[in-house]
Design a protein around this ligand. Structure first.
Ligand code: XMP
Length: 518
């Protein structure tokens, strides 16, 4: 039996920094398993995978304020190494008897340089001067007993500190962000040199251990999976198929709101290349009927979400004796739901569209629960899935329904599908579809414009092209696509898509716009 790859990694205590997840990603990129916990989670929970060290994240609070999140006693009692980052460093100092004060004159936000002065296992082998990313208003003014300064910056005499005997270290900047030049090396030194973690967390090792875990959970029972064509459900499907073969049946619902040739491509990859059992339910007519005359975005989402569940359930009911439902839940979803919903204001009700409710009566199999998106992609590639699935741009659950503004009819959807395919094809040819742009698509507007073709007046519909760059989809900028590319796309759409005589390019960022038009 292969051992649990999650044992002996790093536990990260989250104090609310926007970068906490990045700390875990950086560690995992170097093969060290890392998990994020609320700072006040139960010790048994934090220690469930027997970490070899702790990282205390940054956070928005000030350690000297009443009610500031504290350092749990069990962390210090464990005798394991600790690395404090920003708030984490201040917390370590404050708790162990040092002093932290607000800094009025030399607060540091953005790039800074640290000067490395003193040998230590954390910084040995790194240059004397290093660019780092700072973001703090408070600073350590007196070190706790046992600590020495290892590096300083203009604004922070204690930019890096350490107590080598107790193996406690702290950095005032953020080693997890790319702007900190040797941040990865510092995290690596902490995890391997100081904590003694072995780099064992690789996609291939993950696949072996996940296959075993799925077999143990599922036994000889049947599993169903809702395949959307998106990367998470695709990788979950391929992994479960590798573990239990034909005990897995996937259900692929065509809502009629998919892109050109998407159903054929999904079936080709999963049925033919992966050899999986896939039930194809073409529910286009049902969805079009239900959406007839509906133009309000939230109403569309609700109708599609409900009908999707009905169609899925109808197909699942025909399979007898299914005990498990597989889902492509990934680690950021798990972290978010553990925090509870922070969203104060619902802009769009996206997240449940295309999701399946817990009350369907199945037990869940979620083999990707421990993975970040980039890890899911690596696992997908290692499982033999093609790049166009593994690197697919996100596609919303309601699909083209929220890109076809106005009447949702088959001819209008086909018009949109055709224009969208031309846009994607040209982006692909220019090498701009993967990596450079995060999401690119066409939108059909509910207006008509006058044009002239040959000597004839035309009065036809308008396509908008949208292409954005973003890392997190919370904020986005419009992509500065080359004019020549836009000209070629516009020319082709007007010439090849009947009923469209005008193409516009959306130059709105988010905020104030959103990525989708609805
Ligand atoms: P917005 O338009 O809110 O989109 O800037 C942010 C990201 O979410 C996707 N999106 C959705 N995904 N169901 C989904 O599964 C939805 O209803 C939905 N609405 C927007 C959007 O494509 C972008 O990636």
């Amino acid at each position: 039996m292969s051992e649990d790859l999650r044992l002996g990694g790093i536990a990260i205590l989250d104090y609310g920094s926007q970068y906490t997840q990045l700390i875990a990603r950086r560690l995992r990129e170097m093969g060290v398993y890392a998990e994020v916990f609320a700072y006040d989670a139960a010790p048994e929970h934090i220690n469930q995978h027997h970490p070899r060290g702790y990282v205390l994240s940054g956070g928005p609070n000030s350690v000297y304020e009443v009610g500031a999140p504290p350092l749990p006693r069990h962390i210090l009692d464990s005798g394991l190494p600790v690395l404090g980052i920003c708030y984490g460093l201040q917390l370590l100092m404050h708790t162990l008897g040092g002093a932290v004060l607000p800094s009025t004159t030399d607060r540091e936000f953005g790039p800074a340089t640290i000067i490395h002065t003193t040998p230590s296992p954390l910084l040995d082998g790194l240059p004397e001067q290093m660019p780092v990313w700072m973001s703090h208003g408070d600073k350590v003014t007196t070190l706790a007993a046992g600590f020495v300064a290892l590096a300083y910056s203009d604004g922070s005499p204690y930019a890096v500190v350490g107590d080598p005997t107790r193996r406690y270290y702290g950095v005032q900047f953020h080693p997890e962000v790319r702007h900190t030049a040797y941040g990865t090396e510092m995290l690596h030194a902490f995890a391997t040199r100081i904590c003694g973690c072995a780099p064992r967390w690789t996609p291939v090792a993950f696949i072996d251990s996940a296959v075993e875990a799925i077999r143990r959970q599922v036994g000889a029972e049947q599993v169903i999976l809702g395949l959307s064509g998106g990367v998470d459900s695709a990788v979950a499907g391929a992994l479960i198929h590798r573990a239990v073969g034909d005990q897995l049946t996937s259900i692929f619902v065509n809502t009629g709101m998919l892109r050109l040739h998407e159903p054929e491509q999904v079936l080709q990859v999963f049925r033919e290349q992966q050899g999986m059992r896939v039930i194809y339910a073409d529910a286009t007519e049902q969805f079009l009927d239900a959406l007839q005359g509906v133009t309000e975005p939230e109403a569309k989402r609700k109708i599609i979400g409900r009908l999707f569940i009905d169609v899925f359930k109808e197909q699942a009911d025909q399979l007898k004796g299914v005990r498990f439902l597989a889902q492509g839940t990934i680690y950021p979803d798990v972290i978010e739901s553990a925090k509870g919903s922070k969203a104060a204001h619902v802009i769009k009700s996206h997240h449940n569209v295309g999701g399946l409710p817990e009350q369907l009566g199945f037990e869940l199999v979620e083999p990707l629960r421990d993975l970040f998106k980039d890890e899911v992609r690596k696992v997908g590639t290692a499982l033999g899935l093609p790049d166009h699935i593994v690197w697919r741009q996100p596609f919303p659950g309601p699909g083209l329904a929220i890109r076809c503004l106005g009447d949702l009819t088959l001819p209008r959807l086909d018009k949109l599908r055709h224009a969208d395919a031309i846009f994607l094809e040209e982006l692909q040819k220019a090498g701009l579809l993967i990596g450079d742009t995060a999401q690119c698509f066409a939108v059909l507007l509910p207006v008509k414009a006058v044009g002239v073709m040959g000597d004839l007046r035309t009065y036809e519909e308008v396509i908008v092209l949208r292409a954005v760059q973003t890392d997190d989809f919370m904020t986005a900028d419009w992509a500065r696509l080359p004019y020549d590319l836009l000209a070629q796309v516009s020319r082709r759409i007007v010439n090849e898509v009947t009923g469209v005589n005008r193409v516009a390019y959306d130059i709105t960022s988010k905020p104030p716009g959103t990525i989708e038009w609805e």
